[in-house]
Design a protein around this ligand. Structure first.
Ligand code: M6R
Length: 364
């Protein structure tokens, strides 16, 4: 069942190229994103003025990545809400809001109740769901199924990647339908999205490098993930993954926020996983890294090979292949998943079934 892998989580990490291929390819017609087969009407995109994403945990983190991408590219406001908060308030949504509900299982109770509330408010609901025929899928106006296949490990990995891919596909279609993207731009976007698949295959070859990092992190009580822009949105997921399965306390920070409090926690040997894949803020990231390094942190830098020319800045460098910064989240996510996986494994923990957690949270 584990296909020769020691744990489902590792198997699922390695299944990501296939999961992405299965999710992206059927939605590409004439080199453009196309949801005709999914029954998603373009009217829903034409009419929307804003988007609210509602989800929990990792699925919510995929929404935060989607928000950063859509707002950057399309200048359409995207609000991301934690489902358990959203469902108990009077949400600021209406018939001009597209509510995107994201859930691997399609059964998370808070997410389901948030969906029902969104419909009562008159919004259209498009869900991104992995499990066919699940309750969330059945109750949504539109469903964009991710085709990750069954995810067994409690820690979500491949479902996260395909949820991000679904957000990217939606963003591209939305941009195209609204005339924000030209046909050429939409086609170029799709080529780059397809390009993440071989890039992830390449990135997986870094597993041994990551293992050495995990052997360091396993000794630490705390770890910090820092980044800017899309890298920051991804670092939220990196911290969750590490906490969830390795029980190392971890926090994600927008790198520029460090000096507003958190840098007080940076002392000798604290692992700091720094993501620096965003060209426009690369220099700023390097200065943030120098700041934590000066306080004794053990810095693990994840960046693109060709951009990495500040060799003295980190203790360990993990490279991802060169690509457009809008798409680096996919390969960098793989590195963060592997960090969490190998740390948990090095600590001898039950990687697939971390304590106190269930795969699907169907009770309140
Ligand atoms: O099935 P869902 O996507 O609705 O689940 C949401 C969260 O419970 C889930 O992503 C959780 O955060 C994962 N265990 C994280 O790895």
């Amino acid at each position: 069942q584990k296909g020769g892998y020691p744990h489902f989580m590792l198997k699922e990490i390695y299944e990501q190229p296939e999961a992405l291929r299965n999710t992206i390819t059927p939605r590409i017609v004439n080199e453009l994103p196309d949801f005709t087969e999914d029954g998603i009407d373009d009217e829903v995109f034409k009419n929307l003025e804003n988007i609210t994403v509602v989800a929990c945990g990792t699925a919510m983190h995929a929404g935060i990545v989607g928000k950063a991408m859509i707002e950057k590219e399309l200048k359409i406001p995207v609000n991301v809400e934690i489902a358990s908060e959203f469902r108990y308030k009077e949400p600021l949504i209406n018939e001009k809001t597209l509510v995107i509900v994201t859930s691997q299982s399609g059964e998370t109770i808070d997410t389901l109740e948030a969906l029902r509330l969104a419909k009562r408010c008159g919004s259209k609901v498009l869900s991104i769901v992995n499990v066919k025929g699940s309750t969330i899928a059945r109750e949504s106006d539109y469903v964009l199924y991710t085709h990750a296949g069954p995810e067994i490990a409690v820690a979500s990995t491949k479902a996260y990647s395909v949820q991000m891919a679904a957000m990217y596909l939606i963003g591209c279609r939305l941009g195209y339908v609204k005339g924000i993207y030209s046909e050429d731009r939409a086609k170029a976007f799709i080529r780059q999205l397809q390009g993440v698949i071989p890039v992830i295959e390449e990135t997986l070859k870094q597993a041994d490098e990551v293992k050495t990092v995990a052997n360091y992190i396993k000794m630490a009580p705390d770890a910090f993930f820092i980044g800017r822009g899309l890298d920051y949105t991804l670092s939220l997921e990196g911290a969750l993954k590490l906490k969830e399965i390795s029980y190392v306390h971890a926090e994600a920070y927008a790198a520029g926020e460090l000096k507003h409090g958190t840098i007080a926690l940076i002392t000798e040997n604290v692992p700091v996983i720094a993501l620096a894949t965003q060209e426009s803020v690369y220099g700023k990231m390097i200065s943030n890294i120098r700041e934590v390094k000066a306080r004794g942190a053990y810095v693990i830098l994840v960046s693109m090979d060709e951009e990495y020319n500040d060799k003295d800045v980190c203790d360990k460098h993990i490279s991802i292949p060169k690509q457009d910064g809008l798409f680096t989240v996919f390969s960098a996510a793989v590195i963060l998943q592997l960090i969490a996986y190998y740390t948990s494994d090095a600590k001898g923990l039950d990687v697939d079934k971390p304590r106190n957690l269930a795969k699907s949270v169907t009770v309140e």
